[in-house]
Design a protein around this ligand. Structure first.
Ligand SMILES: [Zn+2]
Length: 346
């Protein structure tokens, strides 16, 4: 079968060459092209039909022979087209510089960076300063000064990356040590937020990652009380998630605040009215951040007299905010840099 086909293709090639050599006009050339390459009745197309009669083993060889024939014919046709002036040669082709340029893709911030910037902007407008801190931190600032004593489970090697060869240093497990640094360096009144990366020895899954992003806030002044904290978080949550969201404070525990509260917002999608809501899973509430009044011992550790000054602090995960606000189902998607996902935001 292959031998037969090879002979036949050679025949087609010769008869095509004979004909094309005599052609002088674009019309005749077009007719020749039609006769050999037209999709349904073209001579090359007829050869392709013969693939049906080939065995499975013969098919790839036969297909290659026919494709080579097609390529040969196309190349010859293009050469003759140029020779007889049926189309301008490449040298004669020209570009119209006045045509508008084709679109170039425009870059944008990654969703995590975008949310961090929005939060920063919001707190700048409330008069806060932004304080970025080092990611390699002293144990003293990451734990001890924040009222997390030696025996506290947060210091467990299961939770924390300690650095070999550098005593008393860790990859910070939260951005709170920057609050310590700031309180040690400045006198009240203090109003800061501290955004950035934090690290914990978590196995990656849909809601955990060994590296993640946080924003924490701290305000210390005379006469600061819990209602200031509530008011601040209300302004933040309503600006960020929508003017109608309500806040719910649940008692919580953090070593560095007393009293402490977990804060939920009412579901901005359904306000608790849809039992099958995908955002809140029907509960009507979304856990969004942790907060509390700065523990007097933390103030003392930082050289601030808790009899004179008081303060509040709060913190949230940026990935969690992204997942809630934009319905990202798995935190790992945010690190895969797949433009099909990231292109939907910003
Ligand atoms: Zn809901």
């Amino acid at each position: 079968m292959i031998d037969e086909l090879t002979k036949e293709i050679e025949g087609v090639r010769r008869s095509f060459l004979n004909e094309i050599e005599q052609i002088q006009s674009p019309e005749k050339l077009a007719a020749l092209k039609e006769r050999f390459l037209s999709r349904k009745k073209g001579i090359v197309g007829q050869q392709l039909l013969k693939l049906r009669d080939c065995t499975t083993a013969e098919k790839p060889v036969a297909g290659q022979l026919i494709n080579q024939l097609k390529l040969f014919i196309e190349t010859e046709l293009a050469g003759t087209e140029e020779k007889i002036g049926a189309r301008p040669s490449t040298q004669e082709q020209w570009s119209d510089c006045s045509l508008p340029a084709s679109d170039l893709p425009i870059g944008r911030f990654h969703l995590i960076a975008e949310i961090q910037r929005q939060i920063e902007e919001l707190f700048l407008n409330l008069g806060y300063e932004i304080a970025y801190g080092p990611e390699v931190e002293l144990e003293e600032y990451n734990f001890t000064a924040l009222n997390i004593p030696e025996f506290h489970p947060a210091r467990d090697e299961q939770d924390t990356f300690f650095l070999d060869g550098f005593d008393n240093t860790v990859l910070r497990t939260h951005t709170s040590p920057m609050q310590v640094r700031y309180m040690l360096a400045q006198r009240p009144p203090l109003k800061i937020i501290s955004p950035g990366k934090a690290f914990r020895k978590d196995d990656p899954d849909a809601t955990h990652s060994p590296c993640f992003h946080q924003v924490e806030g701290l305000l210390v002044d005379r006469g600061v009380n819990f209602s200031h904290l509530k008011g601040t978080l209300e302004v933040f949550c309503r600006s960020f998630f929508g003017p109608d969201v309500n806040l719910r404070f649940r008692p919580g525990y953090f070593p560095f605040t007393e009293p402490s509260a977990e804060v939920d917002i009412s579901c901005f999608m359904c306000s608790g009215r849809q039992p099958d809501c995908k955002v809140c899973k029907g509960s009507g509430w979304l856990e969004i951040l942790g907060s509390g009044m700065v523990h007097p011992q933390v103030l003392r550790n930082c050289g601030i007299d808790p009899e004179i000054h008081s303060g509040f602090a709060f913190g949230m995960g940026i990935e969690r905010v992204a997942m809630i606000k934009f319905g990202v189902p798995d935190l790992r998607l945010l690190y895969e840099n797949d433009l099909r996902l990231l292109g939907q935001f910003g």
